[in-house]
Design a binder for this molecule. Sequence first.
Ligand SMILES: [Zn+2]
Length: 310
Amino acid sequence: MAIIGPTCAGRQKYMPELPEVQTTIDGLNRKIKGLTITGVWTDWPKYLSAKGGPASGWKNFKETVVGRKILKIWRIGKNIIFNLSGEKIMLIHQKMTGHLLVGEWSARHGRWVPKQKGALVEKVNSYIHIMFSLSEGKMMAFSDMRKFGKILAINKENFENLEDIKNIGPDPLVPNFKFGDFKKLIAGRRGPTKKILMDQNIISGIGNIYADEILFIAKVHPLSRTEKLNDKKLKQIFNAVKKILKKAVKLRGTSTYDYRDTAGKPGHYGKARLVYQRKDEKCPNRCGGIIRKVKIGQRSAHFCPICQKV
Ligand SMILES: [Zn+2]
């Protein structure tokens, strides 16, 4: 299993990134698209009052989603969007420890107990704070140890004005996102390149893990000043963004901490990672370098001091 860090105490600030969210929506589309929401339960209605969303109580939320058919599930950045019948939209942001699971559970002694054996019984999948009942006897659970997730439901006509949505930068994995677009967004920005790559209002979906991996492939130091990058370096970063994100989607993401797919299983990128959390290990390029870790604000970056120059 690709667990490469603490799952509880002493964790770094981590949030699922584009590959994890893509894996989740692929699973949801396969398993619950076309089903109807028949009920919803929570023990943490505060999910609805997260910053940036419209204020609405649990009763309103329930009335908006129950009885609606799930038409499709897609994403904007790390936001998971459910198109529901009746021109409604439900948005879920998994934040740091949240992940959506599909299965069947029964309520026993105030707990949700999975009816099936396998990954769903694991501890990381047991922090269920929202449960949707669906048609055909299926259920969708939101397991979220830290309870930082966010959920809201609104009319489709108000969707584009949501704070969460309107400022998000373009998605680097869509086929029509070309080098020219990337250059326009990045060139001339001031600040360390890793920080700029992770800014969701510039490009969406890249976080701590994949930014390290991308800059290693691109041979760019994470502290390189973005405003000083020439066209060649920008092109190397652009190519690396596509390459690493595609590879990570293929490997179903990284389960360094709490992220699991809709079956409750971990992703496999953790084993394939190049530099992230490999401090003091040898550079995978075999250049003779030893992976180092530096601080960038509240974050850190892993890099090879020989392959990646400032
Ligand atoms: Zn190296």
